[in-house]
Ligand binder design. Structure first.
Ligand SMILES: [Mn+2]
Length: 186
């Protein structure tokens, strides 16, 4: 039997552990505007990260993927920073916290604040934010107004400008999604 010398820089077992944790944490949540389980979003975000890791092999794939899968746990579930630190490690917990909006701030300040905190983290965390917005630039929920859709696209440009240096693969994919998203603006 041939042993395949993989260049893969992440582990399936690490992925599964994070995914199970997130599946429990997000249990019962749906993708907004649909009846689809919320974890589909986590599958898409982590898939985008894996696609980037295939070609940008200098990154810590386990850090990127754990943060991709867990990125909404502090923001959207009862999960705490301490729990993630205990169950995973401090780098993962710091990454997830940076990816969490500070809801004590006024809404219009939250994105700039989050981007500033993400930029203090390693590039793997920047990649997750790029992958998150790539995944979210699909057809908007039916109840979004034109203003909201326009604003969401502008916010995506802000994310692109702030974080593009972490991954040219994800940056070019996000640029394409931002272009395509014009189709939803009347
Ligand atoms: Mn997300």
């Amino acid at each position: 039997m041939e042993i395949y010398q993989s260049l893969q820089n992440w582990s399936q077992d690490t992925y599964i552990k994070a995914y199970k944790f997130a599946a429990h944490a997000h249990q019962g949540q749906k993708v907004p505007g649909t009846e689809i389980s919320y974890i589909m979003h986590l599958s898409f975000v982590s898939m985008e990260v894996i696609a980037a890791l295939n070609v940008e092999q200098e990154y810590d794939g386990n850090l990127a993927l754990q943060c991709a899968i867990l990125h909404d746990t502090i923001e959207d579930t009862n999960t705490t920073f301490e729990q993630i630190k205990t169950e995973f490690d401090e780098a993962v917990a710091n990454g997830v916290l940076a990816l969490t909006k500070d809801e004590s701030l006024a809404k219009h300040l939250q994105m700039a604040d989050s981007l500033r905190r993400i930029k203090e983290q390693p590039p793997e965390i920047w990649m997750v934010k790029l992958a998150d917005r790539i995944s979210n630039l699909q057809a908007p929920p039916h109840y979004w107004t034109q203003d909201k859709i326009t604003q969401y696209r502008e916010e995506a440009i802000e994310i692109y400008e702030a974080l593009k240096d972490a991954s040219s693969f994800l940056a070019s994919r996000l640029a394409k999604k931002i272009e395509d998203y014009k189709a939803f603006i009347e």
